[in-house]
Design a protein. Structure first.
Length: 130
């Protein structure tokens, strides 16, 4: 990772909201384009615009950015919000395929990217409900 003040958050290190926005847009573009992600794409509404806005706010907060997500939507309660969807190993892996690819495209710092991927993989695994 690049040398920065010890207090710098991953949000700041990746370039703030503009980078988060690109990550989320690339993530959903990959989900829509990759045949391997078709099953998780089918779990989402046809129009992804509202989900893009929500994930941009959540991911920014999760990375140490502004708490806009919680201010607007309350506690994330991610597992509870995803209970209506059957999420197993395949779905987790499809989600991570899209997110890993988005991070590879948008976050140049390999060590920082690996750190974020590791944390997101744990989060994605926690979302499994079957």
């Amino acid at each position: 990772m690049q040398e920065t003040p010890a207090s710098a958050t991953p949000f700041e290190l990746i370039g703030g909201q503009p980078t988060v926005d690109r990550i989320v847009d690339t993530f959903y573009d990959r989900m829509s384009e990759l045949p391997e992600a078709a099953p998780i794409r089918a779990m989402h509404a046809r129009n992804l615009a509202p989900m893009r806005v929500i994930l941009k706010k959540y991911l920014a907060q999760w990375l140490g950015g502004p708490p806009t997500y919680s201010e607007e939507r309350g506690h994330p309660r991610l597992r509870a919000r995803h209970l209506p969807f059957a999420i197993g190993i395949d779905e987790r892996d499809q989600w991570m395929l899209c997110m890993r690819g988005a991070l590879e495209e948008e976050v140049a710092d390999e060590a920082l990217r690996a750190f974020i991927v590791e944390r997101l993989a744990a989060l994605a695994d926690h979302m499994r409900n079957r």
